[in-house]
Each structure stands twice: as C-alpha cells, then as structure tokens.
Design a protein around this ligand. Sequence first.
Ligand code: PH2
Ligand code: MG
Ligand code: MG
Length: 170
Amino acid sequence: MTGHKAIIGLGGNIGDVLDSFRFGLDCLHADPATRVTRASPLYRTPAWGLEEQPDFLNACAELETWLSPHELLSLLQSVEDMRGRKRCEMWGPRTLDLDLLIYGEQQIDTNNLTVPHPLITERAFVLKPLAYLTPGMILGAKTAKHHLQVLSSEEQKMKLVSDDTWWMVS
Ligand code: PH2
Ligand code: MG
Ligand code: MG
C-alpha cells in the first residue's frame, strides 16, 4: 500500500545547518512510517521577515508517510528538538526548522497546523525548492512555478549551494 505524499520545508541559520538537514532527513527516514523519497537542491537565502540575522540555508524534501498530518507534525517537532531547537522569536534564528508544507491534497486548518502552509506563495525560499520537486502544484489556483515568477527579484537573491544530491539514502 502506498502512503501519503507530503512535502516539508527545511530551514536553519545557526550551527552546521547542512549537517542538521542531513540529520533531520535521516531521522525522518528512520521512522518506520515515513521515508524520504526526494530532496531539492540546497540554497543560501537572505533572512526573510526579520532581516537582521545570518543568511539561511533552505531546501524542500518529499516524503512518503503513513502518519496522519498531526502525527507527522509531532515527528517534525521532535526532530527539531533533538537538534536543540529553541522556540522563541517568531521569525528569529534557528538551528533546524522543519515545516509541513503539503500533505497530499488535504486542506487542514486547526490551531497548530495549517496545510498547505499559508506563507508558501510569499516566500521564494520555499517556492523555489518546492517548484523544483513539483512545478505544477496548484496553490490558490496558480502553479508553484507561476508564484515563483512573481517573486523573481527575491529568487535572484538565492544562491545555489548544492544540487539535489546533498541528501542520499545511505
Ligand atoms: N525562516 C523563518 C524566518 N525567515 N528566512 C529565510 N531566508 N529562510 C527561512 O527558512 C526563514 C526565514 C522562520 O521560519
Ligand atoms: Mg519556517
Ligand atoms: Mg517552523
């Protein structure tokens, strides 16, 4: 039986972020009910929201999961916690941020979880790796690729750090 296809966003700007990303995907892949199927390239991006902080690394990954959306959210939060994530400032610096962006075709609106993630279409650092994995994904009646074109000035500030081989099933 196949599971649900989910897409997560990875972000971070404290410590060895690439190591945190690899650690994060390894943990998700080690969960018996989840596997990582693909990763996007890796980008260095200027901080969004709260600009006085170091650049971020960002990427997206595609998962196949048999967890419910809320179970997956708890797993993501426990992996963030393992990487010493402190939950303080809203758009502040962080070691490892794992955001649930997409869960199949589902639209979810609860206290602690909104899917698709409400800020996807405003953030080139999410749209670019997402559009790499799934360019035709429809968000608010337009494709991910279309939304990215609207944010082309933001997109131009993103620097490619690595192709999609930074994470490989070992
Ligand atoms: N995450 C934030 C706030 N600002 N900026 C970039 N470039 N990348 C992020 O992942 C990011 C951010 C809080 O989640
Ligand atoms: Mg985030
Ligand atoms: Mg988050």
